[in-house]
Ligand binder design. Structure first.
Ligand code: FAD
Length: 382
């Protein structure tokens, strides 16, 4: 079905380049999930093939992939391994958004482009235990002070996806003397930076979304790269849909597994396989209906995002799309498990992992309640 949304040879070529990774990524996924370890090899393979610089514009030496292009690939990767796709997705998203907005000093942006060209990966570290999701507007507890011409940063960020291999942590902190939030570009080698390996959850276990601990981390003045126009939280943008695409990919893997199972499972109470049964066909049809809805929303939103004029009206569109896709993914996996029956609960069965993984999407921004209330507020204002 993704086939419907592939529009050009560049996209197709990259989808084909990813396909040799499928077997290895799927095989490793189960052990990584069981151990809660990190997919180092997968990330390295993606770095080696230049995946991490796909969303860097061509004028900076990257592949210049649009949000639409990157969504196609993230969806595909999500169907191979959700944790790998989510981990690498934050880099595509951060780079895509930074080079689209170009709010940084040009020299610093050029520096980051060089780093990305050399394979560096980056993610935003914004969430904290006390503030929860920054999208709610809480002020970061992490703080930055100017001392002897340096910024000295102290604090702890939670849920820092891909932390075991990130080269740069784009970290939000409260700057008391400026009474604002600022973003600091902190390299992994910075003295006082450590990772507390405490990501022990039931979903997306292989994303290494540990705590980032900053103890008197000193960076140059120029490493204060962004002072956002908003005072707290962070602004939503279309690039966040790369995360939704990951969950869609996971649900596609669940659907494929269930259809394959239906075509081969043949209990002795019937002739042929369960694929011939009306109850099973109803579930398969409902699954594909959900996937169609999710893809039309996702690729429709990404298409609108390509358009300079429509991009400005996208905020609610991105919120709605995330809501639709995340919930569709959860529904699809649920129905896939109903088709497979009790075997779907076996720890050796990938469906139980997909079931846990897609739930994480609910807790990536924007959360559902926020979308619903934003829609209501917009309607009332209008
Ligand atoms: C797999 C995964 C990867 C992630 N990766 C990253 C990452 O790389 N970088 C990063 O910075 N973050 C990351 N996050 C964190 C994520 O973006 C959210 O910040 C985090 O999940 C929020 O945690 P919470 O739900 O416990 O917090 P809270 O926001 O505290 O929410 C807890 C509950 O309180 C409610 N609530 C809290 N405040 C309000 C409010 N003001 N109004 C209404 N309801 C409220 C919520 O609805 C929810 O029911 C990741 C999360 C997951 C699950």
């Amino acid at each position: 079905m993704q086939e419907l949304f592939i529009k050009n040879s560049k996209q197709r070529e990259w989808i084909e380049r990813l396909s040799p990774l499928e077997t290895d990524f799927k095989e490793r996924a189960s052990l990584i999930d069981e151990e809660g370890s990190f997919p180092y090899e997968n990330i390295q393979s993606l770095r080696n093939m230049g995946y991490t610089k796909l969303t860097l514009p061509t004028e900076f030496g990257g592949a210049g992939f649009s949000l639409y292009d990157a969504i196609l690939l993230q969806e595909k990767l999500g169907s191979y391994d959700g944790s790998t796709a989510l981990s690498i997705g934050w880099t595509l998203m951060t780079v895509g958004e930074l080079f689209e907005n170009r709010n940084w000093h040009p020299e610093k942006l050029a520096y980051l482009a060089d780093e990305v060209n050399n394979g560096a990966i980056i993610n935003r570290a914004v969430s904290e235990v006390a503030t929860g999701s920054p999208i709610r507007g809480g002020r970061p507890g992490t703080n930055a002070k100017q001392v002897d011409g340096k910024w000295v940063i102290n604090g702890c960020k939670s849920y820092t996806t891909c932390s075991p291999v990130l080269d740069y942590f784009l970290t939000s902190a409260w700057i008391e003397e400026k009474e604002t939030v600022g973003f600091f570009l902190i390299p992994k080698e910075a003295e006082g930076l450590s990772i507390q390996e405490n990501w022990n959850v039931i979903a997306m276990r292989g994303t290494g979304s540990h705590d980032l601990v900053l103890e008197n981390v000193a960076v140059d003045e120029s490493d204060l790269v962004e002072i956002p126009s908003y005072q707290t939280g962070f602004k939503l943008n279309g690039w966040g849909l790369l995360i939704s695409a990951t969950y869609l990919g996971i649900s596609q893997a669940a659907r494929d597994y269930a259809v394959q199972f239906a075509n081969t499972h043949s209990p002795n109470s019937i002739e042929g396989t369960i694929a011939g049964l009306p109850n099973v066909q109803a579930l398969i049809g409902e699954i594909d209906l959900e996937l169609y809805k999710a893809r039309f929303a996702l690729y429709g939103a990404a298409e609108a995002y390509l358009d300079e004029q429509r991009i400005k009206k996208m905020t609610n569109g991105a919120l709605v799309t995330k809501h639709i896709v995340t919930n569709a993914a959860i529904t699809v996996v649920d129905k896939a498990m109903r088709i497979v029956g009790a075997k779907s609960l076996q720890l050796s069965n990938p469906l139980q992992r997909y079931y846990r993984d897609v739930r994480a999407g609910l807790h990536n921004p924007p959360m559902d309640d926020l979308t619903i209330s934003k829609l209501a507020q917009t309607a009332i204002q209008q």
